[in-house]
Write a protein that binds this ligand. Structure first.
Ligand SMILES: NC(=O)NCCC[C@H](N)C(=O)O
Length: 277
């Protein structure tokens, strides 16, 4: 067994540089505390570096400097196989964020669809586990958004499961999944854990969010050391990152990137295929 991972071998993540007005980002469940924009930029750079160090090629979506929340790029698109569904964010101030994301996924050769009014859907409400797509129906994603997601992806082979979300901003503020499909979450914030076939409680809110870096590595907030310890005890290798300035704005490790899978190879791309983990 060896630990080498070929760099640039098909793992691709979209990221978006923080807007100058980041500190004015939306808050729904948290009280506002001052955000240090310079520290946030450093944290974002370290987050991007962590993706790269673990074999991900990162692509910067063009900045949306007029939108304070644009760094949370995950909310603007949902990718399943090679189809990219551009969202219609549930907060009006975030609507202009999608245009740049659409240009980025179009350049990557995705089939592009759009959530249209009156549907709303934030990417943070969508958790994919294999061909099962859980979608949170909450403050940002409405029933019409769920219907449009189903109509877009079920013909491609997905099964869409709607999950009520009440205590947190997005479904993925409450739960994410381990590489084996086990859903993890901090119980006080998970409205319906029984909807998931396997559910593992974690001791911290920030410990509910992991990004699968590949192999057994999990990107996790440094604000969740006890959850990281739990995951390490299960044979995973947590990779902690400090995203404290984004957590003040109800962000988490998942929402700062969009990991792409199953994209067709782009002929002009010297790296070839992009099947991501
Ligand atoms: N997917 C995510 O977890 N996104 C976080 C978005 C936070 C931002 N302040 C918002 O309220 O839209």
């Amino acid at each position: 067994m060896n630990n080498t991972r070929p760099l640039g071998a098909g793992r691709l993540a979209l990221v978006r540089r923080p807007a100058p007005g980041l500190a004015d980002g939306l808050l729904t469940h948290l009280a506002r505390t001052p955000v240090d924009t310079a520290a946030a930029l450093r944290q974002w750079e370290e987050y991007v570096a962590a993706l790269r160090e673990h074999g991900w090629r990162t692509i910067e979506v063009e900045p949306a400097d007029e939108c304070p929340d644009s760094v949370f790029v995950e909310d603007t698109v949902v990718v399943y196989r090679s189809a990219a569904l551009i969202t219609r964010p549930g907060a009006d101030s975030r609507l202009p964020e999608t245009a740049g994301t659409e240009r980025a996924v179009t350049r990557l050769g995705c089939l592009v669809g759009r959530i249209t009014a009156p549907g709303t859907l934030d990417g943070g409400d969508v958790l994919k586990i294999g061909d099962t797509i859980y979608v949170g129906r909450g403050g940002r994603t409405n029933a019409e958004g769920v219907r449009q997601l189903r109509a877009a992806f079920e013909p491609l082979g997905a099964r869409v499961v709607a999950v009520p979300v009440g205590s947190v901003l997005h479904l993925k503020s409450a739960v994410t999944a381990l590489p084996d499909g086990t859903v993890i979450g901090h119980p006080p914030l998970v409205d319906a854990p029984g909807l998931f076939p396997r559910f593992l409680p974690v001791p911290e809110e920030a410990g509910a969010h992991v990004v699968l870096l590949g192999d057994d590595r999990l990107l996790i907030s440094s604000a969740a050391p006890r959850s990281a310890e739990l995951l390490a005890s299960l044979g995973y290798r947590p990779v902690p990152v400090d995203i404290g300035e984004f957590e003040k704005l109800e962000g988490c490790v998942t929402c700062l990137s969009v990991r792409l899978r199953d994209l067709p190879p782009a002929p002009a791309d010297p790296l070839g295929g992009r099947s991501a983990g």
